[in-house]
Design a protein around this ligand. Sequence first.
Ligand code: 5GP
Ligand code: MG
Length: 205
Amino acid sequence: MTLPRRRVPARQPAPARFRSQAVPREWRADVDHVLISSRRLAWRIRQLSTEITRDFAGRDLMVVSLLNGTVLFLADLIRHLSLPLRLDFIGVSSYGTGTVAGELVFTKALRLDVKGRDVLLVDDILDTGRTMTRVLEVVRKLGPRRVRTCVLLDKPSRRIEPVQADYVGFTIPDLFVVGYGLDYAERFRNLPFVGVLKPERYASS
Ligand code: 5GP
Ligand code: MG
């Protein structure tokens, strides 16, 4: 006779407000505090992958990711998507200075054909919504079957355009964040966590 297996409840990290993570020693000179630790990132992205896998089951998925801020997020997201998919990139850059966004410039067009396909558009952060709105216009003109959007971070308090993402990793307050793909003056993309720089770093980089 086989005994029924005991169900072990999944262990989940405590909500952020109950835990704070110290800034890793090597980043202490630049980073004021950790907003989202690498553990929380990994845990939440795993959940997003599970949702997306379920929602796109049986579809011909085309992941379209915006360069350059999505690199780390994208790699972690798609490695857990148990779906056949194609991957392509759109290059878009807002040539602003420091923490202020400027004019939006397309630096790389899609190479693969999205016509009739299910597209998942991936970006690092939804802020004013200008980038997502412009990119959605461009992608929709190419005739996909449907487009869904996925962002790691959402700053709804800064929204100018009426756009929302279908999948959101974390909703954050109005702070300029770096790390896990996000830069300040092209630096700090390689931090394994999302953090906030020391005020003097924003002023001098
Ligand atoms: P939006 O067009 O929605 O205003 O902004 C989207 C783009 O602005 C993002 O893809 C990102 O490149 C940049 N951005 C917005 N907020 C932040 C932030 O807090 N940190 C960083 N590093 N980039 C941001
Ligand atoms: Mg970006």
